[in-house]
Ligand binder design. Structure first.
Ligand SMILES: [Zn+2]
Ligand SMILES: [Zn+2]
Length: 204
């Protein structure tokens, strides 16, 4: 599929709706999730059969959530915030999976795009610059979608110890703030059971 066909697809539209806009990061996440799912031979996880580990909390992670079905709420989306465009997708059944990492030379930053982005983010761009930015942002997204996955990513097979499934634990009130807290997350200090928030406030 070329970029236009991908952008017209229901799958991509769902990613864009969920994320709120189309951008190069979302497009990279889309491509990474598609490769990982294909290699894993799994369809979208309705429950927890697939676990995703993302190494950035930026735009790309949203496409990963939509396409793989791995979400925070289900406990099968893990974010290790290393600031890297890396997705590891694992099968819950086998613990095996694939690590999809952006190649260092795959998508070099574009100077003009980057400068305009900084201007837009800081609110200093005029209308013309903002329009030029949107155009370039979309063009960069198209460039990503048009690239063959093997040019964008290094994919390797991995085996990982999987985190335990999402648990539903009974709550009890924190001794300090009184808010119901999952009892396994309370810490006993001087005979009082404190939530993490109160524990931190107590420290400082
Ligand atoms: Zn974005
Ligand atoms: Zn508390």
């Amino acid at each position: 599929m070329d970029a236009q066909q991908i952008m017209d697809s229901e799958e991509f539209k769902r990613c864009a709706t969920f994320h709120g806009h189309i951008c190069p990061g979302l497009s990279i996440g889309y491509k990474a999730a598609k490769v990982a799912l294909e290699r894993l031979g799994e369809k979208r996880a309705d429950d927890e059969e697939v676990v995703a580990v993302v190494e950035t909390d930026a735009c790309s992670a949203d496409a990963v959530q939509v396409l793989t079905g791995c979400t925070f709420g289900k406990g099968n989306l893990i974010c290790r915030d290393y600031g890297k465009m890396v997705l590891t997708l694992l099968s819950r059944k086998t613990g095996r999976g694939f690590r999809v990492a952006m190649r260092p030379d795959a998508f070099p930053p574009d100077e003009t795009h980057f400068q305009l982005l900084s201007k837009v983010m800081s609110g200093k761009a005029d209308d013309e610059e903002a329009a030029r930015f949107r155009e370039l942002h979309l063009q960069r997204s198209r460039d990503v979608l048009n690239m063959p996955a093997e040019k964008l990513f290094d994919v390797k097979s991995v085996q990982m110890t999987l985190p335990s499934r999402a648990k539903i634990e009974p709550s009890e009130p924190c001794s300090r703030c009184g808010e119901p807290t999952m009892h396994t997350k309370l810490k006993t200090v001087d005979g009082r059971k404190l939530c993490r928030d109160c524990l931190e406030q107590r420290m400082c």
